[in-house]
Design a protein around this ligand. Sequence first.
Ligand code: SF4
Ligand code: SF4
Length: 380
Amino acid sequence: MIYKKFQDLQLSALGLGTMRLPVKNGDNGEIDEEKSAEIVDFAIKHGINYFDTAWGYHNGNSETVMGKILSAYPRDSFYLATKFPGYVPENLLNKEEIFNKQLEKLQTDYFDFYLFHNLCDVNFEYYMDEEGKYGLFEYLMQMKKEGKIRHLGFSVHANNDMTEKFLNKYGKYMEFCQIQLNWLDYDFQDAKGKLEMLKKHNIPVFVMEPVRGGRLAKLAKENEEKLRALRPSASMPEWAFRYIQSIDEVCVTLSGMSNMSQLCENIETFSADERTTKAENDVLYSIAKDMMKNTVPCTECKYCTEYCPMQLDIPDLLYHYNEFSFANGGFAVKSLDFIPEDKRPNKCIGCRSCENVCPQKIKISEVLATFSDVIEKSTK
Ligand code: SF4
Ligand code: SF4
């Protein structure tokens, strides 16, 4: 395992994200504890020492399950990160209760790493707190003083303007920042701009979505061939991680590994620093440009689903939309037959509630309307 220096710590360059733990019966809230424990045990035995969870993951159960699993290991043998769920003002007003509950769920007296979760359009105002209504920053600094937080940082999906404003206000207190970085988003979501900004503020970068929710694990045949010609034995996830290794500012790369084979492969990748070259990165960027022509950048974070009055499975519909775009119709249309009629794209009423919370700024209602149209045309 490669280790990265963070202040006086040595963090494993690969961290285990717990947003996509194995589940039972396809229910995101029902974590398969036995399989998750096997994953954690294997990870620890193979040098991973950074574990990242959050209040909202797996409908609130990720923290509870990780607390149970990690309680079997000495507390000083791993680093634990979780986040404050500042998506709604009520949570900020109940910050003390939530923070204490997180300590209880995770069976710990302190967090090694604690983040303002997901700075974005929805919570920018609450986190900036210009009128001093919420006091989250002050509370977290107090927790730090009491030793309950060792290192304070933030994760961000906001645009670079908002990020800069947040950094101008709190930057000197932020010890790390978690951003979405992969070879597709370097340009597409201007992760490049965020990297520059964080460098200017001297803030180490932790990476989320390195394989973009699995999207970069499988490419179109011609694109995979281009990459195989350069590194014949490297898999597509390996390319994604080797790319991240090429970015010097990155400290920990989080991967939400849902099974042992992903975990083994990623641990193998992080056993050696074989970063991609500039020429290889240019090939990746040209593939990215090609890929993004007709698709939407959904990462399946599911932040939007609870806001949909029609209870549509938005990430699933967008997944089908992307498949449709990549495949130019074909089987992707047939696969919609498996979705109940009242949950198909044409049931979107265009209320746009989902769009306010989407960190990827997807115009979901427009995409679903377009999708309905093309399906209708292609099935006539
Ligand atoms: S715009 Fe469509 S998908 Fe979005 S919340 Fe409204 S009905 Fe649901
Ligand atoms: S549409 Fe946006 S909020 Fe919904 S799952 Fe995709 S990325 Fe997340």
